[in-house]
Design a protein around this ligand. Sequence first.
Ligand SMILES: [Zn+2]
Length: 134
Amino acid sequence: MSEQPAPAPVPALPAEVADALKRDSAGLVAAVVQQFDTNEVLMLGWMDDEALRRTMTTGRVTFYSRSRQEYWRKGDTSGHVQWVKSVALDCDGDALLVRVDQVGAACHTGTRTCFDGRGLSVVAGDASGAGTAS
Ligand SMILES: [Zn+2]
């Protein structure tokens, strides 16, 4: 029984990253995913420390699914892989910006981004200050 090698230590996030993260009550931070060359905002996903570590070290974006309680990589079933270009932590530490090269559609519904064709009706503002208030 002593012949078994000790389990490999679980790799961790760099301490300065782990310290800066402000996780929600489920231990997750929001990850905004953006196409690196066109600046399209593709989708929003959620990451815990391990998903972020995998995203930072494997070249592929890994999320954590709250509903399924498991890690998943974009593209493993769809082929719509997200190749990591850069990752940034926002000023408060509660959101990540992951810039990627997205293969095909980012949205599981088949649209390029999760926001395509889903605009809401809004009152648009105006930098002139005239506004629309009466
Ligand atoms: Zn979507």
